[in-house]
Design a binder for this molecule. Structure first.
Ligand code: CO
Length: 210
């Protein structure tokens, strides 16, 4: 299995170099992606592939059910690097229909550590219980919950001091919520984008006002 993988890598690398001889030297010298992607770990939703982007074009963080925990040092470190060092312009929180993490959060079964990780989705399910109850079946409820989880993730990214400070210094960064359909390979815009100015009437941290 591993030998197959290494052979595929050699074929890919040769093909790339044949198409563009300085491809790897160029990428090795600089990464300047426009996008930061926060997505699900699901093997069927690889950021570069579904967004049609080449290596070097998207900085990626993935975890189970594309959750934005405001104390997740892994995500926050990647977000800070994307915003402060790479100066990305677009941040995408991308969920997907048929998400196993969302499904686990709606089951009355113990899943060990995952139950702690997925707690924000359980909280959303409780908060939107009436709304979700209008969906035709359990699958539709879970898909709606996956959308709500993306919108919540967008809000949480925007509330981080990282984004607040970037906007306060005039950075033009937009945060978007997308959802991917496993059944048709399409990305849909959930129309919950937030950009500079959205928070301008809010009390900014002291440091940002100076
Ligand atoms: Co998933």
């Amino acid at each position: 299995m591993l030998n197959d993988l290494l052979a595929r890598n050699r074929a890919w690398s040769d093909q790339r170099q044949a198409q563009e001889p300085d491809y790897f030297t160029r990428l090795a010298a600089l990464q300047a992606p426009e996008f930061f992607w926060i997505g699900c770990s699901d093997s069927r939703v690889p950021a570069n592939v579904v967004a049609g982007l080449d290596p070097g074009e998207v900085f990626v963080h993935r975890n189970v059910a594309n959750l934005v925990h405001s104390s997740d040092m892994n995500l926050l470190s990647a977000l800070e690097f994307a915003v402060d060092a790479l100066s990305v312009r677009e941040i995408i929180v991308c969920g997907h229909y048929g998400c196993g993490g969302v499904k686990a959060a709606t089951e009355d079964l113990p899943h060990g550590l995952a139950d702690h990780w997925l707690e924000p989705i359980r909280r959303l399910a409780r908060a939107y219980a009436v709304d979700l109850g209008r969906e035709r079946d359990l699958e539709a409820q879970r898909d709606r919950l996956a959308e709500l989880n993306v919108a919540e993730g967008v809000r949480r990214v925007c509330e981080t001091p990282i984004l607040q400070k970037a906007w306060a210094r005039g950075a033009d960064i937009r945060v978007h919520g997308l959802i991917y359909g496993l059944k048709d390979g399409r990305l849909r815009d959930l129309d919950c984008s937030i950009g500079p100015g959205h928070f301008q009437n809010r009390q900014l941290p002291q440091e940002a006002q100076e």
